[in-house]
Write a protein that binds this ligand. Sequence first.
Ligand SMILES: Nc1ncnc2c1ncn2[C@@H]1O[C@H](COP(=O)(O)OP(=O)(O)OP(=O)(O)O)[C@@H](O)[C@H]1O
Length: 286
Amino acid sequence: MISIERLEQKVGEFSLRIHELRIARGITLLVGANGAGKSTLLELLATVQLPRGGSIQYDGRSAQEALPLLRSQIGYVPSDIELYEDMTVYKLLKYLGELKGMYHLERIEALIEDFRLSVYRNTRIKRLSAGIQRRIAIAQSLLASPQFLFLDEPLNGMDSAERKLVIAYLNKYAEGRTIIAAVHELGEWEAASDRLLWLDHGQAGFYGNQESWLSDLPYKVWQGRLTKDQFQLYFTSDRSIIEFREVDNGMMVLRVVAAEAPFHGWNEVSPTMEDAYFIRKFTRSK
Ligand SMILES: Nc1ncnc2c1ncn2[C@@H]1O[C@H](COP(=O)(O)OP(=O)(O)OP(=O)(O)O)[C@@H](O)[C@H]1O
């Protein structure tokens, strides 16, 4: 478990402030608007930055008390990855493993296999796509089998097969361990995430499981049809539209957030994880 107490970190004009939060094992998805503080929090958790105010405890140990030990149990992948471009995949993993004091070649082989990197093992990093490079970055963060894994937008640049592969791997890896991943798309994590943490302007706006994320919402999601003219009117006067698309006969299908049915005949639909995020942001902006 990760316990955060009275955490305060100022970066330029921005302040991250989390009064009290206990993050359980499993996968926690970290969500929030651009600039909400996700990367700052992940850097603090990964001990790239140390907190100036308050504390973070990892299974009862703080970074101030046991930094080298904690770092040996932490894996971290920032959003901007930089790998040694001229190394081959195998050499890079072996080199980074040795830097971490990890000399088990079987671990490297297992990660190459698990992240489907075998065909690229002797290819220089610079020749590989962004998605493959990110797979390598995640694989290297797992070399020492860390207890705590912090990932900043881990699926960036990946195609849908790569995304599924990584999510499935992390889902298994998270058993008994703690993974916190900043993500922008929630839907694809539905089967894999245990909890969500919403950062809103540097503060924890929500922390809990999927069930509570989807319940206790102050607004409902409604779906219905409008003509294009009605749509133009509605669209310019309201920011509650989650999604809209044109259908064949010049009509629009919309999904909107509202307390009551906005038009006669519209149906209430169950909110998705993305919808719940939209509703929370919408509520905050009102
Ligand atoms: N080194 C820095 N100096 C000054 N301001 C900074 C620095 N690093 C981050 N910030 C500011 O802190 C705020 C939070 O940034 P952060 O990168 O943590 O947000 P984020 O939620 O990860 O955003 P994004 O989704 O865009 O990556 C932003 O307003 C950013 O401009």
